[in-house]
Every structure is written in C-alpha cells, then in structure tokens.
Design a protein around this ligand. Sequence first.
Ligand code: 3HC
Length: 687
Amino acid sequence: MTNSNSNTPVTYSTENNIGIITVDYAPVNALSQSVRQELIDGIEQFENDDAVKAIVIRCKGRTFIAGADIKEFGAAPLEPHLPDVVNRIEACNKPVIASLFGTTLGGGFEVALACHYRVAIASAKVGLPEVNLGLIPGAGGTQRLPRVVGVKKALEMITSGKHYSVKDFSTSDLFASIFDTNADLDQATLQFAESLVEKTDQSLSKVGERAIKNDIDSWSEVISSVKKKSKGKEAPNVAVSILKASLDLDLKKGMALEREEFLKLKESEQSAALRFAFGAERLASKTDLKAEYIDVKSVGITGGGTMGSGIATAFLSSGFKVVLIEQNDDALALGKNRIEKNFAGNVKRGRLSQEQIDGYLSSLTTSIDYQSLSDCELVIEAVFENMDVKKVIFKQFDQVCKASCILATNTSYLDINEIASVVSDPSRVIGMHFFSPANIMKLLEVIQADKSSDQALATAMAVAKKLKKISVLVGVCFGFAGNRMYTRYGREVQQMLLEGAKVAQIDNALTSWGMAMGQLAVGDMSGLDIGYHARSSKPAPEYDKGYFKPAELMYKLGRYGRKTSKGYYQYDENGKASNDPLVDQLISEKAKELGFEQKEFDDDEIAQRAILALISEGLQLLKDGIVKRASDIDVIWLHGYGFPRHKGGPMFQAKQMGKDELESEFEKLRKLESVEIWPEIDLSLIF
Ligand code: 3HC
C-alpha cells in the first residue's frame, strides 16, 4: 500500500506483515500539518488492513521527528492537532513501534510516547525542549512521560529542556530495546516488530492507561528550586504546576489542562522572544559571501594570555591542531599551563576524561619561532590592545605564513584596516573577536575589514561552526558591534549615576529586568583600568560633559574593581561584594562639580533608559551598515552580554515597544540630554 501522492512527506509501505509509516520531511521531520494528517491516515489505513499485524513509525534523514513545526507557530493551529494525533496512535488496536535515532524532541518524543513500543539506536537522544521556546509540551508530554519515568525525572526533563541519551533510560521501560550504534536500525526495528507479532499475548502497552508515578517528596522544594533556576522564565514554572495538578487527573483531563496552558504560553511575549531567538541564531550564520571556505586543520595563535589560551582551548577541543606562539619560553609555559587549567575544569565537572584531554593536548605545539606557523591555514593574533605591537606581529605573519593562510586579529576595539595595511595582501586579514572566556562563550564576531576577501570571511564563519560557536558578520568601527553598543550602554549608566541613581540601585534594576549581571559589577569584574585604557585611545565627545566621569574617578583612586578589592563595590577576602557608601558620595560630589542636578530614580526608569541606549546605538549600527540585520544585534547581545533570552534582544525589544512609543521615548531623552547623545534616526530601519 502507498499513499496516492508521492510528493507527500509521509509514505506507507509493508514488509511481510508489518506496516511501515516513513516520515521524510527535511530538515528535521518536524510535525507540519501534512505530516500530522498523514500519520493519522497511515495508522487508520494499516489498522483496517487485515494483513498488517504491527505498525512501525520511522523517519528518513538526520533524525526521528524533532518536534512540532516551529514555522507554524505564528499562525492559528491547523487540524489535526497534535494531541489528537498522538491519542489516535495510542488508540490503535495493533502494536505501534517508534524507531528512534538522532534527536527525538518535543512533539516527536510525544509521538514516540504514544506508540506502544519505542526502540532506539544507542546514539539517539530524546528531550522535551519546549521551555527553550517559552512553552510546555503540548501533546501529552507532561502526562505520558511521568507515567513512564516518574514525576521527578519528567520534571527534570521538562523544566531543563535538555537532551538525554536513550542509554540514560536503560533501567526503565521507556525503550523496549536499545540497539548497538552500528546496528541497522530499520532492520533491527522490523525484527523487533516481527517478534511482537509472533507473541501470543498481544495486549498493548499503553502509557496513557498507566497511573502517574508520583515520586516527589516535597512539592514546595520543587516549586522554589524551579523558580530559582528559571530566572524569570514562565514556562518551567507552569510545567511544575501542571504536573502537580495532574496527580489527581486522568489522561484526558490532564491533557486538556496541558493544552490550555500550552496555547496560553504560545501567545506570550516570552515565547515570541524565545522563538525569535531560535530563528535569529540560525539566520546569523547565513551570509551572501560568494566564496568557498578553506578547510582549516591547523591554527596558529599568537599570545598565550587569558584570551589566547582560551581560544587555543576552544580549537583543541574541536579537533584542530594548534601552534601557540609566545615571546619566550616562560610565557609559553604559562600559556600552556592556562590551556591545561581550562581543560582541567572539564574533568572536574565530569564533561571530559583525562584520556580525552591528553588526546587534545597532543595536538598542541608551542614555539617562540614564528616559522612554526608556516603550515597553518589560519593564524590569530591575541595579544594585548596595542596597535604597534599588533602591526609587528602581522608583519611577521606576512613573512612566514603561506599565501593562502588567513590572518585574523582578536582585537576588541582597534582598527583592523590599519592592521591590514602592513601586510602585502590585506584581503586575507579579518577580525575574529572571541568573547572571554573564549573556550566557553558561544559568540564570535567575524569582522569584515575594507579589503577582507569573501573567502577569508567564509572560512572564519565555517571555523566558527566547527567550534560550535554562533558567529555574526560585522564591519569595522570602534568596538565593532557588541562593544560599541556596550560603551553606549555603559555611558548611559554613568550618566544616571551623575543624575543621582546609586551604584547598587542601577545594578539591581538591570538584573531585576533580566540582565545576567549589573553593568557596574561587570566593570569591577573585568577591571576598570582596562575600560579606562580602551576609552583613552579615543577622545571623549566634547558635547558629553559627564562622559565616563564616575569610571574615571574610580580609576584615578586606584579602584580598579575586584583585582584591587575596591571598585564601584568593595570586596572582602572571599570576593563577596558589598556596597561602599563612599562611592555614591564621591560620585554625587563629582556630579555637583560638573553641574548635574540630582534626582531620585525608580528601577523601571533605569532599566528602560539603559535598554533605550542600546536600541539607539543598534539603530546607528544598522544605519552605518556595520551590521546587516537587526536580529544579528540581538544574537550578539544574547550570547555576548548576558541579555535575557526570554526578552529576545535589544532590537526585538524595540519592535515590541512599537514605533510611536520608541519615538516618543527618544524625544524625551533628547530633551533631557541632547540630540548628539540621542540622535534622530530613521526608525523604518527596523519597522
Ligand atoms: N520546526 C521547524 N524547523 C526546525 C525545527 C522545528 N521544530 N527544528 C529545527 N528546524 C530547522 C532549523 O530552523 C534549521 O533550518 P535552516 O537550515 O533553514 O536554518 C534546520 O532545521 C536545522 O536546524 P539546526 O541548524 O538547529 O540543526 P542542528 O543539527 O544543529 O540541530 C535540532 C537540530 C537539535 C533538531 C535543533 O534544530 C533543535 O533543537 N530544534 C528545535 C527542536 C524543538 O524545539 N522541538 C520542540 C518544538 S515545540 C513542540 O514540539 C511543541 C509540542 O510539544 C506540541
């Protein structure tokens, strides 16, 4: 039997007495309306076919079904709804077997849970990642999973949204069989199905008919722990309340409750933001570069400090060969030691074995001779921010590297065009701005200088993918996209300090709004001397009388932040921060000296003004062509600066605010400060 239209994403076939439903809907077999309809049709056709004794649901391509079709979430739900599909599968009077590989996620896992048996290849993963999209499972996931693995494990899976190896469930009956990674999954599944048919006892194992396994000792502990971990996200907390309420409900009522809450969350601002972030991240890597990338195997890194060693660690752990260059043997030994320490953290956390680390470290070569870079396809300069030093290094690169080698700088602020001017072929010079710690932070700004070739840029983007980083292509300006906006954000915080807001109040307002850290606490952490020196390479704007004056005050008092135990805050011997009233007093005196009027701020005003500053600078970046897409700015802020993911990013926020409100807020700030600080800008750039 086959379905009439061969272009459909689902096909039906039979082998012996087994009916096979095959989903083939690239890229990830998502449950679009037609997939849902054809799953039901397939089940019904095979149910009515006397020759068929058992039914297999399997997929082609890279994975079993990876969830509902996210592309359909913007519109009204279309029939058949997924809960009806999964219930129809479970109600089938013949055994239905799901055959899992790849990542079976969300609705895909809910389909599998409704099947009477699940078999999987050992490398397969499962999960309910809906919370990452601001949702809860909406097709029985909150109901069937606790009936198999217990409420505790189900809650862990649903509230974390993580992917789990099928092998983690070898002691439960979630999987009837887990096949060896090298097995032929289709064949093994058919054999399993045939063995079922041969069994005389044909009673079906329906998860929905089981009782929920309540293994929670204290709900109040669960509620407060999920609330703490979810950091302002609604969905994990809704999941907890649904599971708690479901203890007293049958499957039908539990699913109705789940669906109601799922649909409410789907309309929420948080879900819109998280779904937007999912799409924006994938869009960021799509460019119109017209060249093939070079296949990089060996990378040279100059500078074994915090940044260089972090970059080296990232490359080594993604299977690249690394040549680390330093000025002398002592500096090399320190650099190597930093790399080893970065890896050691992973052993402690159980992420890597010592054997794996030894393998990675065997790909590291250290040298004080630039000639050792001659085989590299990519070299990255990661020394301190000094133009003259960087130029000397690039001249060395020019002499020793092969002609096709890409020459990258990790500068955070300096002019890459000037750096490129010292090499004979500037088309191979680009920026690769990693964020610290480079072996952990996911963001990479790939910077296009005036003469950078498409091939050099495409290579950096491809390398980023191998490093499992999220890369965004940006142009050259002081601070590029992220740090230029960060400077503007910091400037507004400084202004508010001078207008009367207090240090702790500003940071609390920002973290309560959702930022991972307060802006002033970040300054103390990264070192106020670093910020001071970075700014001093450029004159302060004349129209801005308070420009980073509180920061300058801290610097001149030797209060560099955590490293001197004093900055905006004071730190005890254990590094615990506390408020220092002297700082607020000194800033207020400075403000009076500069002629600022002091006033009381409320927290919302602080957060709103800081975010508006980000939006204003983001718009300037778009206008200047430094960034091509507003969503790229959001990706930079989500992954480089601790912007809350459930708020989508600064430009997403701008769109939520709407054109009129944005214009009126900017106008108020123009009157309060000046048009130079809040420039008139064409909002049609984003609306
Ligand atoms: N719907 C539609 N498209 C999807 C999709 C989905 N659920 N999941 C992934 N895609 C698309 C991506 O947008 C991307 O498209 P592109 O090539 O045009 O950019 C393509 O598939 C490949 O995705 P990735 O680049 O992310 O590929 P990876 O191999 O790195 O990752 C993945 C694959 C692990 C499946 C990852 O894409 C992922 O996590 N997807 C989201 C899964 C998910 O959240 N499922 C739950 C959906 S909500 C739900 O099911 C509700 C239900 O309970 C009712």
